[in-house]
Design a protein around this ligand. Sequence first.
Ligand code: SAH
Ligand code: ZN
Ligand code: ZN
Ligand code: ZN
Ligand code: ZN
Length: 422
Amino acid sequence: GPALLFVKTSQGTEEGRRFYACSACRDRKDCNFFQWEDEKVSEARLAAREEYNRSHQPCFTHRQNVDRYKNFVLLPLSKRRFCQECQQLLLPAEWKKHSDHQFLCDITTAQLKSPSQLLYPLENKKTNAQYLFAERSCQFLLNLLTDLGFRRVLSVGTPRLHEMIQSKASQEEEFNVRSLLLDIDFRYSQFYTEDEFCHYNMFNHHFFGGETARETCRKFLCEENGERVIMVTDPPFGGLVEALASSFKKLMAMWRKTEKEGHDNREMPMFWIFPYFFESRILDFFPSFSMMDYQVDYDNHALYKHGKTGRRQSPVRIFTNLTPSMIVLPEEEGYRFCTVCQRYVSSGNQHCEICNSCTSKDGRRWKHCVLCKKCVKPSWFHCNNCKCCTLEKHSCEKTDSGCFVCGKAGHKRSACPSLSRS
Ligand code: SAH
Ligand code: ZN
Ligand code: ZN
Ligand code: ZN
Ligand code: ZN
């Protein structure tokens, strides 16, 4: 889909030069598309790019994959193979072509219903950054949204939540929640029909399936028979908040337009799952959102998963435009309701009488600094030179060029340790 317009700023110069680059890949190694805004593109280069794009299409269309799936499930267990190298379900006629590839045999219906377990997670940090919910977090999200009365879930980059909903719906008759998955990972088109999955780029709101796919999404957002919709998204954390917000606003606008009577000034309910240190960035774009204390855990994440003994702290939170008091967090995991703040908070999050709020962002108990007039991390001290609270070990003069993500000095956003996941 469309590239994004960036600006290159060099130190000292006010105005940078603008250029187009790939919206989805933040690493030039994954996609080398680069074009100055004012650059004249020769016919030859245009043709070369078109040729490149043509030769990088998936080998099957979504339609073809749906047909292949229908044939696949008719096969006896002994003939159901999945090529691990090509990440593809194989029909017997194709075995030969993949004979020197690693493959899995006897693919069960249960395996077909949990593609996120069958496919390997695309962990490359700068593009897909596929980090899958731990069972507990996924179950929590699903219970939460069904308890809130939602019957339709627009799953944007949340394949595991989608999969949990799909398999529950096929197993339990009284479970009447539906989900539509929007994701850039085309491998999922092997397991879901066009009504269950749209190949979508959340950085530029591009539907690869064109107008038909867009229409599928629009229809899904129509709240027929009073079936209320919520959108749940868990984007790659290295992604530009600005680009994501712009796409999410377009999805919200799509929802708003579906309503005949008009939604007044209501917003489509949304859970945006993202690290807490992006709070101010998200609020810049969605002032109606608030951050919940719930810590979202992941399976294949070295840093953000809970260990066997106790849990490590995950920095990932839920941002939502629903009323915070409605988001009930599990007391058995240590969350409690603060009657003053009217929301559930972590056990370590103490209500500060001076700030008149539960101020901790990371789950640890924060302390109030009278000079800064706010609560700060427990490890911080007030530095009289810098006139603010910071780590005890810091160089006073270097406070201006902080990291865009965490605010700390000494590194740029691209090298921010809070984004590193391995
Ligand atoms: N925790 C979620 C997965 C989140 S990982 C779960 O368990 O369901 C981020 C997801 O966003 C991945 O599924 C990845 O394929 C998808 N993604 C990455 N870049 C994307 C883009 N540009 N557009 C749409 N989806 C994207
Ligand atoms: Zn293969
Ligand atoms: Zn409180
Ligand atoms: Zn305070
Ligand atoms: Zn201070």
